[in-house]
Design a protein around this ligand. Structure first.
Ligand SMILES: NC(=O)c1ccc[n+]([C@@H]2O[C@H](COP(=O)([O-])OP(=O)(O)OC[C@H]3O[C@@H](n4cnc5c(N)ncnc54)[C@H](OP(=O)(O)O)[C@@H]3O)[C@@H](O)[C@H]2O)c1
Length: 217
């Protein structure tokens, strides 16, 4: 589907893909990437992520990513579902500091990363990529968000996205298959949240007061 969607407009696209931990060895990463390139009908992936931490030593995966970069098969690499201790380990490795992002579950109902992962990443200039930013659609039906959204004449999904994108150093990747949702999500960039909104968000979805393990969907 993605190959079809980007055909003839590759240069307008920022293409992100992921490699499973079971393919994270030196040879496995190369093979998985080649297969993805074939399926995507392109010659490069802009950002290639390790899907979650696994049993292959990270040094090996980082070496494999760097080799793919040198060969022009990927432009950047990053990780996904890495908690703070795992990021600490990663950046201590040779070339580990080349990590470009960490894709994690983060939205109003999953604020755990704000306790330490988000500040840690911000200090090092590593953006967090928030996946499931509308909690797989659940936040689009949230009555408390609808009340905040009504003040801006937008939908609950849009206000949930605006909140994620208002966090410094955070990118959101909503999935939408309906065109109307894609348009709404793009225009959520224009929503200007107020201090009153932020106070209401915190009342409805309190920020974390202690460390919680990173959640995954
Ligand atoms: N790294 C990881 O381990 C990991 C894990 C899970 C997901 N992800 C990534 O995160 C991306 C998004 O996550 P997700 O699909 O789990 O959850 P999501 O983006 O929070 O939610 C997607 C759902 O929300 C609906 N939606 C989107 N925009 C809406 C709007 N404006 N109004 C009402 N409903 C709206 C979609 O409906 P329609 O489709 O009908 O438009 C879809 O049902 C995926 O593309 C996936 O690649 C990564």
């Amino acid at each position: 589907v993605v190959a079809e969607a980007i055909a003839g407009r590759r240069d307008e696209t920022f293409l992100v893909s992921k490699v499973l931990p079971s393919n994270a060895s030196r040879a496995g990463v190369r093979r998985a990437c080649e297969n993805s390139l074939k399926r995507l009908a392109t010659d490069r992936i802009d950002l290639y992520l390790l899907h979650w931490p696994g049993s292959v030593p990270l040094t090996e995966t980082v070496e494999a990513f760097e080799a793919l970069k040198a060969a022009g098969k990927i432009r950047h690499w990053g990780v996904s579902n890495f908690d703070t201790d795992e990021m600490e380990e990663l950046v201590s490795l040779r070339d580990g500091g080349n990590v470009q992002t960490n894709q994690v579950l983060y939205n109003l109902s999953r604020r755990g990363p704000e306790f330490d992962l988000a500040p840690w990443s911000r200090e090092r200039g590593i953006p967090l990529m928030a996946y499931s930013p509308v909690e797989q659609g659940a936040l689009a039906r949230n009555a408390r968000l609808e009340a905040i959204a009504a003040r801006h004449n937008v939908t609950a999904a849009q206000i949930a996205l605006a909140w994620v994108m208002a966090q410094e150093g955070v990118i959101a990747i909503p999935k939408a298959s309906r065109q109307e949702h894609v348009r709404q999500n793009a225009s959520a960039l224009d929503i200007k949240l107020t201090p009153e909104d932020f106070a209401d968000f915190d009342r409805a979805f309190p920020p974390p007061t202690r460390k919680r393990g990173l959640e995954m969907i």
